[in-house]
Design a protein around this ligand. Structure first.
Ligand SMILES: Cc1cc2nc3c(=O)[nH]c(=O)nc-3n(C[C@H](O)[C@H](O)[C@H](O)COP(=O)(O)O)c2cc1C
Length: 206
């Protein structure tokens, strides 16, 4: 049975437009894959470990090729648990709204936790290489405004380019983007049409 990790970066629950689209995506994944094991990581409900001085100290040990030692060993247990959970999935789905042109802070926090040398990427003589790819990742997003390719605000969008950069860095080559926009600068009917369009794109991608 395929394991799907759904990372939720909107706090809006039933009111979330992004989650409506990812519900359609997950439904299609279920239809295609048969039964799936769904692990939902709600980034606003679960308290992520802080990247404090001890945990960051551990990161510097790893970056300089040392093992974790001292207080960093215990402090890294929660980081390792998140990395294990991330690596255990066959399919990853991220549901994220645009917040201030990029991702909500909880998603940035999560990325700061899982992007770790020796775990999801490693340094080599020819530069860093990703260790966490080999799987598909779906990035489902909504935006209040319209930043689609060719629109006047297209270059303001730091959400898709950032996620593409960071997930490529840790090894993903199959990154599938599904977006609905504009959500707020739109009529009710216009918004619904965009959400439906995004759900059918998601279904096609699966
Ligand atoms: C804190 C915050 C910041 C936002 N920043 C932007 C932004 O920079 N650009 C934009 O187009 N919409 C922005 N929005 C609007 C959301 O992206 C939009 O309403 C989205 O559809 C919300 O998704 P959700 O319903 O899944 O939570 C912001 C919303 C919030 C709450």
């Amino acid at each position: 049975m395929k394991k799907v990790l759904h990372i939720v970066a909107s706090p809006r629950g039933k009111a979330s437009r992004t989650l409506r689209i990812s519900a359609g995506l997950l439904e299609k994944i279920r239809t295609v894959q048969g039964k799936i094991e769904l692990d939902t990581l709600d980034l606003f409900a679960e308290k992520l470990p802080e990247m404090n001085v001890t945990r960051v100290g551990g990161k510097y040990m790893l970056m300089s090729g040392q093992e974790l030692s001292g207080d960093a060993v215990g402090a890294w247990e929660q980081i390792k648990a998140h990395i294990d959970r991330f690596l255990a999935a066959d399919i990853i789905v991220i549901s994220t709204p645009m917040w201030n042109f990029s991702v909500p802070y909880v998603l940035k926090h999560y990325i700061d936790i899982i992007a770790q040398p020796g775990f999801t990427f490693k340094y080599t003589e020819s530069g860093p290489i990703g260790l966490a790819g080999n799987r598909v990742i779906y990035i489902v997003s909504t935006r209040g405004g319209d930043y689609s390719a060719g629109s006047p605000a297209a270059s303001f969008d730091k959400l898709d380019p950032y996620l593409k950069q960071v997930f490529s860095f840790i090894g993903f080559t199959d990154i599938r983007f599904i977006a609905a926009q504009p959500m707020d600068a739109n009529s009710e009917e216009g918004r619904e049409a965009k959400i439906k369009e995004a759900i059918s794109k998601a279904e096609q991608l699966v």
